[in-house]
Ligand binder design. Structure first.
Ligand code: SF4
Length: 318
């Protein structure tokens, strides 16, 4: 057991590392931002990892009434095994899970090396975070630590394509003190199983009903806790009938719907949706009484937008 003095000294070093960027005596990894691309304030940065792989993160400025807040979109894996058809990262396959240190390093780089105070963290970068919970859960604990980054758990959101076991495990974390406002976003992306199977291989194993049952077990709090995401793809899931059907599906959950206009990946079979079709889909969904938000498109020109992360030169060797 640590004596009081050693414990205090460990806390001081921990605080110094996270708060003041003091380099620890034993650095587990040497990670530095190898490339930063700035697109009107949206910054995509790459971290070179010890084995030569890279991970990508994005800082998104969100303008409010009084000030601009910054959301950091972090990656949890290099590549991804989920294979969603509309996603750039899926083109890489899964190269490996990130460690807890590599996940937290993304915040450290944004805060200290790039000098941006991060207000919110979303696990919506490369990878399916619920496939790597052994690293993601300790990373959330560190990010929320009052002696460390001190990002309140209400400002942290984990996004999933619908890994049922992972939703339950994250739900257990969201029942513990200090994490009761941890949010979960789930990518519904379709009005029914038939459409979902066309764009998300996971939908062949997990039905939308099973997904909804799992989501209903996630603990809720007064201002939310759960959010549905819908990547709007022209000709696939963007009709009025689709809007009405997905709102009907969401009714028992009673959560917000975040509509994300599709950001074309490389060699995309679909274009981005027109403003008119996005507006129409949002208006139709709202007409049912559903709370709907349209995600503002940031960073599309520099492949930093939602669904566009991934180094096309790195692919899983089949
Ligand atoms: S959308 Fe998310 S889960 Fe699907 S392939 Fe891309 S990174 Fe993976």
């Amino acid at each position: 057991m640590l004596g009081v003095q050693s414990k205090n000294s460990a806390i001081q070093k921990w605080r110094a590392f996270y708060r003041d960027n003091a380099t620890p005596e034993l650095a587990e990894t040497s990670i530095t931002a190898s490339k930063v691309i700035d697109d009107c304030g949206t910054k995509k940065f790459l971290l070179k990892l010890h084995d030569g792989l890279e991970t990508e993160s994005v800082i998104l400025p969100i303008k409010g009434f009084k000030k601009t807040r910054h959301t950091l979109c972090v990656s949890s894996q290099v590549g991804c095994a989920m294979g969603c058809d509309f996603c750039q990262t899926a083109q890489m396959g899964l190269l490996r899970n990130l460690t807890t240190a590599e996940i937290v390093a993304q915040w450290h780089t944004a805060h200290h090396a790039l000098g941006t105070k991060i207000d919110n963290i979303v696990f919506m970068g490369m990878g399916e975070p619920l496939e790597n919970l052994d690293a993601v859960i300790p990373a959330i604990e560190i990010l929320a630590d009052n002696n460390g980054p001190a990002i309140a758990s209400s400002k942290i959101c984990v996004s999933t394509v619908g890994r049922i076991e992972g939703i339950k495990l994250l739900g257990a974390m969201a029942r513990t003190d200090g994490f009761k406002r941890l949010s979960l976003a789930f990518s519904v992306n379709a009005p029914n199983d038939e459409v979902r199977k066309q764009i998300m291989p996971l939908a062949r194993a997990v039905s939308m009903e099973q997904l909804r049952d799992a989501i209903l077990t996630y603990p809720r709090h007064d201002c939310g806790g759960v959010l549905a995401e819908y990547v709007l793809i022209p000709g696939i899931n963007d009709s009025d009938a689709h809007a009405l059907e997905v709102c009907e599906y969401l009714k028992p959950i009673g959560c917000g719907l975040n509509v994300i206009p599709y950001n074309p990946r490389d060699n995309s079979p679909w274009p981005a949706p027109t403003e008119k079709s996005v507006d129409r889909f949002v208006a139709t969904a709202k007409s049912t009484g559903q709370f709907v938000r349209r995600r503002i498109t940031l960073g599309r020109d520099t492949m930093a937008a939602c669904g566009q992360l991934g180094n096309k030169e790195l692919h899983k060797v089949q």
